[in-house]
Design a protein around this ligand. Structure first.
Ligand code: HAS
Length: 554
C-alpha cells in the first residue's frame, strides 16, 4: 500500500542551524588544505623530485594525507551537509536538543581530530590511514580516532531522533527523501563502525599502552575491513543524495522515482557491510569459501549503483526531451554545463563510470591478484572518493554555503568554480591514470621513492611517477583554488539562496510504505552480516595465529 505524499519543507533556511553546518564545513576544508599540502610533498618525494628534511618521514606524510582527506574532510563535510538537509526538510529547523547534539558531536570529533593529527605530525603515528597492526602508533592516536567515531555517532543519533520526531508529528506522510537517505546513511555507519570501535577499544588501545603484549593481527585487519568497506559507501551515499535529490532541481527536472531512490539506499544498507573480505582476498588464513561468499555479496552492492546510474540517465534524458531536445543524445546538450552546482557533480558522475568499473576489477578474485597492493588501487580510490565524491562535495559547497549563511553565488564565483573543477579533473586524470598504469606494471603502493637497487622493472615505473607528480601538483593548485573559492563564498553578497530539493515525477508510482519499516531492514542487514562474518571471526578467535608484539618501523 502506498503512503500519502506530502513534504514539510521549510521556505527559508534556519540560520542558527546554519552555524553548525558552517563549523563542519570549515574543519572539512582546513583538512583539505593541510591534506593537500602533504599530498603535494608526497607526490614529489615519490617521484624522486625532492627529498624531505631528516626530521620528516614519507610515511608520516602519507598517514597525514590519508587521515585528513579520507577521514576528516569527508566525515565533517558529510555531517554538515546531512544536518543542513535534515534541518531544511524535516520541519525547517533542528529541535534544540538535536542542534546541541550536533555541536557536541562536532566538539568530540574536532578534539579527536586535533589529537590524532598531532600524533601523526609529531611522528608518533606513521601507521597510514588503515592503521594496520602490528605497526604501532601512540595510544593517543587511537584515542583520537575513537573520539572521532563517537562524535559521529552522536551526530547520527541526532538525525535519527529528528526523523523519529517528524514521523510522529506527521503520521501517514512520506518522509522527505533527503532525510530518509540521511537516516539510511547513518544506520549503515552505525552498524559498520562497531567493527572499528571493537578493533580500537578491545585490541589496539590496550596493546599500544602495553597492557597486553601481543595482538591478533588477522582479527584486527578483519574488524578493520568490516568497517573499511562500508566506510567508502559512507562517503558515496551523501554524494548520491546530491545526485538523486539536489541535481534534478538544479537542472529544472524531476526525480525519476522516489521509490527507486529509497530502494537503492536500502540495498546499500544491506550489502555495504558483509563484503570486507574483498579487501583481504590475498590474505592467507581466511577460507576461500568465505571469500567467495563475500565477493558474491560485493557484486550485489554494485546493483544499487547501477540503479543510480539508470535513474540519473532517466532524469537527464526526460528533462532534456521535455525541453525539446531531439535525437539520441540531444538531451546532453541542453544540460546546464555552465552552472558549477551541476558541472562539478556531473564530472564526478562521469568519472564514476570508469572508477566503478575499476572496482569491479578489484573485486574479481583473479584480477585482484594482479592489482592488490599496487598503485592501481591508489588510482582507483583517487577516482572514486577523491574525484566522484570530492567534486560532488565541492559542487554542493557552491550553493550550500550561500544557503546557510544567507548569501548568493555570484557569476564570477560560478566561473571560478567551473575552472577549479576542470583543473581538478585534469590533475586527477594525469595522476590517477599514471597510477593505474604503473600499478598494472607491478609498482607497489604505500612505498616511498626507491629504485629497488636499480632493477629494470622499477626503472620502467619512473616516468609514471613523474606524471603522477605533475598531476599531484596540478591537484594542489586545484585545492588552493577551492579554498580560495570557499573564502570568497563567505564574502559573497548577502541575499537569499534557495535550498535545492527536487520533487519526484508526477507519473511515478507512490512510494511503498514497507521502505520505512526499519525493523525489517536492520534485521536483514544483521542476518547478512552474521552469515558472512560469524564463522570466519569465530575461527580467527578460537584458532589464532601467534599474536604479534608491536613494531615501530620509522
Ligand atoms: Fe573500491 C579498494 C571494489 C567503489 C574506495 N576502494 C578501495 C580503496 C578505497 C576505495 C579507498 O573488491 C582502498 C582501500 C585501501 O586503502 O586498501 N570499490 C569496489 C567496488 C566498487 C567500489 C566493487 N571504492 C568504491 C567507492 C569508493 C571506493 C564508491 C569511495 C567512495 N575497492 C574495491 C576492492 C578494493 C577496493 C575490491 C580492494 C582492492 C585491493 O586489492 O586492495 C563498486 O561500488 C563500484 C560500483 C560503481 C559503478 C558505477 C556506477 C556509475 C554511476 C555514474 C553514472 C553516470 C552518469 C553521468 C549518470 C557500477 C552511478 C551521466 C552524464 C552525462 C553527461 C551523460
Amino acid at each position: 500500500m502506498g503512503m500519502v505524499t506530502q513534504s514539510s519543507q521549510a521556505t527559508k533556511f534556519n540560520l542558527k542551524d546554519g552555524k553548525l553546518v558552517v563549523a563542519h564545513i570549515i574543519v572539512a576544508f582546513l583538512a583539505l588544505l593541510i591534506g593537500g599540502i602533504v599530498g603535494l610533498l608526497q607526490s614529489l618525494v615519490r617521484s624522486g623530485t625532492i627529498t624531505l628534511p631528516a626530521n620528516m618521514g614519507y610515511y608520516e606524510l602519507l598517514t597525514a594525507h590519508g587521515i585528513l582527506m579520507a577521514l576528516i574532510f569527508t566525515t565533517f563535510f558529510i555531517i554538515g551537509f546531512l544536518y543542513s538537509g535534515v534541518s531544511y526538510t524535516l520541519g525547517g529547523k533542528l529541535l534544540p536538543i538535536i542542534n546541541r547534539m550536533g555541536w557536541f558531536g562536532f566538539a568530540l570529533m574536532t578534539a579527536g581530530t586535533v589529537l590524532g593529527v598531532a600524533k601523526v605530525l609529531t611522528g608518533e603515528a606513521s601507521v597510514l590511514y588503515t592503521f594496520y597492526a602490528p605497526l604501532k602508533a601512540s595510544p593517543y592516536f587511537y584515542i583520537g580516532l575513537a573520539l572521532l567515531v563517537v562524535g559521529s555517532w552522536i551526530s547520527g543519533w541526532g538525525i535519527f531522533y529528528q526523523y523519529k520526531y517528524w514521523k510522529r508529528t506527521n503520521q501517514g506522510k512520506v518522509s522527505p527523501l533527503f532525510a530518509y537517505m540521511s537516516v539510511v546513511t547513518f544506520l549503515m555507519w552505525q552498524i559498520a563502525t562497531i567493527g572499528v570501535a571493537a578493533e580500537v577499544l578491545i585490541q589496539l588501545i590496550p596493546w599500544s599502552f602495553g597492557w597486553v603484549e601481543t595482538i591478533n593481527v588477522m582479527l584486527s585487519r578483519t574488524l578493520f575491513w568490516y568497517f573499511g568497506h562500508p566506510l567508502v559507501y559512507f562517503w558515496l551515499m551523501p554524494a548520491y543524495i546530491c545526485w538523486y535529490v539536489i541535481i534534478p532541481k538544479i537542472i529544472g527536472g524531476k526525480i525519476y522515482s522516489d521509490a527507486l531512490a529509497r530502494l537503492s539506499f536500502i540495498l546499500l544498507l544491506l550489502f555495504s557491510i558483509p563484503v570486507g573480505f574483498h579487501h583481504q582476498l590475498m590474505e592467507p588464513g581466511i577460507s576461500p569459501v568465505w571469500k567467495y561468499l563475500q565477493v558474491v555479496l560485493t557484486f550485489m552492492v554494485v546493483v544499487p549503483s547501477l540503479m543510480t546510474a539508470f535513474s540519473l540517465f532517466a532524469t537527464f534524458e526526460l528533462n532534456g526531451r521535455a525541453k525539446g531536445a531531439k535525437g539520441l543524445f540531444g538531451w546532453v546538450k541542453v544540460m546546464p554545463w555552465k552552472d558549477v552546482r551541476f558541472f562539478a557533480p556531473v564530472m564526478g558522475m562521469l568519472i564514476f563510470i570508469p572508477a566503478g568499473a575499476g572496482g569491479l576489477i578489484n573485486a574479481s578474485n583473479q584480477m585482484n591478484a594482479v592489482v592488490h597492493n599496487t598503485l592501481w588501487v591508489t588510482g582507483h580510490f583517487h577516482l572514486t572518493v577523491a574525484t566522484s565524491v570530492a567534486l560532488t562535495f565541492f559542487g554542493i559547497t557552491y550553493w550550500l554555503l550561500p544557503v546557510v549563511t544567507g548569501r548568493v553565488l555570484t557569476p564570477r564565483l560560478n566561473k571560478l568554480g567551473i575552472i577549479q573543477t576542470i583543473v581538478w579533473c585534469v590533475g586527477m586524470l594525469l595522476m590517477s591514470g599514471a597510477m593505474h598504469i604503473a600499478g598494472l606494471f607491478g609498482s607497489p603502493r604505500r612505498t616511498a621513492y626507491t629504485t629497488y637497487e636499480g632493477h629494470e622493472d622499477a626503472a620502467g615505473w619512473l616516468s609514471y611517477y613523474v606524471i603522477m607528480a605533475v598531476g599531484g601538483t596540478i591537484l594542489f593548485i586545484a585545492v588552493l583554488m577551492m579554498v580560495y573559492n570557499l573564502v570568497a563564498l563567505f564574502r559573497a553578497p548577502r541575499g537569499e539562496t534557495e535550498y535545492p530539493i527536487g520533487e519526484a515525477m508526477e507519473e511515478a508510482q507512490p512510494t511503498p510504505a514497507y521502505l520505512d519499516r526499519w525493523g525489517i531492514w536492520i534485521t536483514l542487514s544483521i542476518i547478512l552480516i552474521v552469515v558472512a562474518y560469524s564463522l570466519p571471526l569465530m575461527h580467527m578467535i578460537t584458532n589464532p595465529a601467534p599474536g604479534s608484539i608491536p613494531f615501530v618501523t620509522w
